[in-house]
Write a protein that binds this ligand. Structure first.
Ligand code: NAD
Length: 435
């Protein structure tokens, strides 16, 4: 019998307009990234169309009673990009700018991220087009519960497992878990991750993404002969991801010389006192006003002399306007999508090594996977065990990506896509098509 990969490529009908590569937006960027890796997929390229079409898109109306008696309607989404490797997995975002294109792209990047670190998940993402700051706590809870009920037909511990993302947190995960469980008639902790520890959440989850950023950063530094114990680090965003990554770099001896957040930027050539800065951020909500540092113009952050730069705040921060000014040898993407495609090319030409989001910030989803495993077994690990396993997963994943980048002489972003797409399409081929 001939190998499945020797069969002719499946024929494809033209994509609907909103799925076309020239349709501007995040989904268009994802399609371009897939086109870039197609030449490296060998026989698996015959399945590549799979990646260009989300498996399932659900758009839901979310009506709720507002506190003043009105009925308000919000638009919600859940997209399962690919489930060849396992249940869908990805966060839920509450933001006024959420669009279907964005949720589609984010779900696809979750497929890539989950395959890159080799956790047994497909990719999914959800969102509601709403500014949650305009809602009371009661309105937020009603909206979350109705949204969960509406997407309840496609989520579940074995189907698709939401998690926190922008403007969603442990409390929202607790409401989602409770709503799903009420509808099922049985507690199902494994339906979401990022829950409070007292409700089946995992120790180490809060620090996991920053720890992953540090782990891949340390591996890459060793590969390029950069000594972390003398390196200068600049961090944009000093929250969950940037704060933890900064702390771990400082503990390894690095000097965190500059930090920028929404309140401003600070600088200290001899290195900031990171534990004191973290305390200041907890009290004041920003790095601005930290007294043991010089105040720096926020825009000057991009010119700071440093060896490692960690964008850990928002999307599209490194652009063609500032990419040529960055002095670091290495950029570690803690945030999702902080580098625009043009800026990525500029950094590549300038020999600045970029550790892409799809591998660099995958520590969070890796510990989410540990949370889900612990929920299934109802047996919970200590934090040391979780951190050790996380480091092992990140190191192994990064070593594989590094090897592929060297083999094909491509960027780490393209290499991560090659590794991930091959894994996804290999399972697609093994499973075959039903019927
Ligand atoms: P967070 O809310 O804890 O921190 C965000 C930080 O960004 C804050 O320091 C804030 O001041 C700063 N910031 C906001 N607006 C800014 C601006 N205009 N200029 C400069 N700084 C600004 O968020 P987080 O959990 O640390 O997430 C940061 C990024 O990492 C996001 O892109 C998120 O999607 C991504 N990410 C987070 C996780 C996770 O587990 N938390 C996992 C993967 C990716």
């Amino acid at each position: 019998m001939s190998a499945p990969s020797s069969l002719p490529a499946p024929t494809a009908h033209p994509l609907p307009s909103y799925l076309q590569a020239d349709h501007l937006g995040p989904w268009g960027i994802f399609l371009q990234q897939v086109d870039r890796v197609e030449p490296y997929l060998g026989n698996l390229a015959r399945w590549v169309e799979t990646l260009k079409r989300p498996k399932r898109i659900l758009v839901v109306d979310v009506p709720i009673h507002m506190d003043d008696g009105r009925v308000a309607h919000f638009e919600g989404y859940r997209v399962q990009h690919n489930t060849s490797r396992g249940p869908g997995k990805g966060g839920v975002r509450f933001h006024q700018d959420v669009t279907l294109s964005e949720v589609m792209a984010l779900s696809a990047w979750m497929s890539i991220k989950n395959a890159a670190v080799n956790v047994p998940y497909g990719g999914a993402k959800g969102g509601i087009r709403v500014d949650p700051k305009t809602l009371s706590r009661g309105e937020l809870e009603r909206m979350t519960r109705r949204y969960t009920s509406e997407i309840g037909i496609i989520i579940g511990p074995n189907k698709d497992i939401p998690a926190p993302d922008v403007n969603t947190n442990e409390q929202i995960m607790a409401w989602m878990m409770d709503t799903y469980s009420m509808n099922q008639g049985a507690t199902a902790t494994g339906v979401v991750t990022g829950k409070p520890v007292d409700l089946g959440g995992s120790l180490g989850r809060r620090e996991a993404t920053g720890r992953g950023v540090f782990t891949v950063g340390a591996e890459a530094a060793r590969n390029i002969g950069l000594d972390i114990s003398t390196a200068r680090v600049a961090v944009q965003g000093f929250g969950n991801v940037g704060g933890v990554a900064g702390k771990l770099f400082a503990e390894a001896g690095a000097r965190v010389v500059a930090v920028q957040d929404h309140g401003g930027a600070i600088y200290r050539e001899a290195g900031l006192d990171v534990p004191s800065l973290l305390k200041h951020v907890v009290e004041k909500g920003t790095v601005a006003g930290f007294e043991h540092a010089e105040v720096m113009d926020a825009e000057k952050f991009w010119d700071v002399p440093c060896d490692i730069m960690i964008p850990a705040a928002l999307e599209q921060q490194i652009t063609k306007a500032n990419a040529h000014r960055i002095q670091a040898r290495m950029v570690i993407e803690g945030a999702n999508g902080p580098t625009t495609p043009e800026a990525d090319d500029i950094l590549h030409e300038r020999n600045v090594l970029v550790l892409p989001d799809v591998i660099a910030n995958a520590g969070g989803v890796t510990v989410s996977y540990f949370e889900w495993v612990q929920d299934f077994s109802s047996f919970f690990w200590d934090e040391d065990e979780i951190n050790k396993r996380l480091v092992r997963v990140m190191q192994q994943a990064f070593a594989g990506v590094w090897q592929v980048a060297e083999q094909h002489k491509v960027s780490l972003r393209t290499a991560t896509f090659i590794v991930a797409c091959q894994r996804i399409l290999h399972t697609r081929e093994l499973r075959g098509l039903y019927p």
